[in-house]
Design a protein around this ligand. Sequence first.
Ligand code: FE2
Length: 125
Amino acid sequence: MSERFDFYKCNLCGTIIQVFHRGDGELVCCGKPMEYLQPHKQEEEKQEKHVPVKINNKIQVGSELHPMTEEHHIEFIEIISEDKKELSVKFLDNNDIPQMNLNSFEPKHAIEYCNLHGLWENKDL
Ligand SMILES: [Fe+2]
C-alpha cells in the first residue's frame, strides 16, 4: 500500500518514482516489487552531510554542503508545504551547489536524494 509522497526504487533498473495518489496495489518495475525508500533522519547523520536545512531563503543539503562529484552527489531536493498542497522539486547536476531557492511557498518538509546514501528528510523546517 502506497501513501502520497512516498518514494519507491527499482533495484534492477534504478527507476525512482514518487506517489501522488495512494493506492492498494503493489508497485512493480522490471517484473519485481519496487523497494519503498524510507527517508533517513537527523538522528542517523554521522560524517555525511545530508539532512536538508533552511538557511535564510534557501534549502541546503547539509549544514555543511554535501559533496557534488560525479561519483557522489545530490540528485534532487524536494520541498512540501505544511498543508501538503504545494510541492516543488529541484533536480541537480553534479557541478551544482546543493541548494534550492525558496520563492513561492514556505516549506515545512524537505527531502533530498543522495546517489550513494539515499533519501534524507527534515519534517520540521
Ligand atoms: Fe551522500
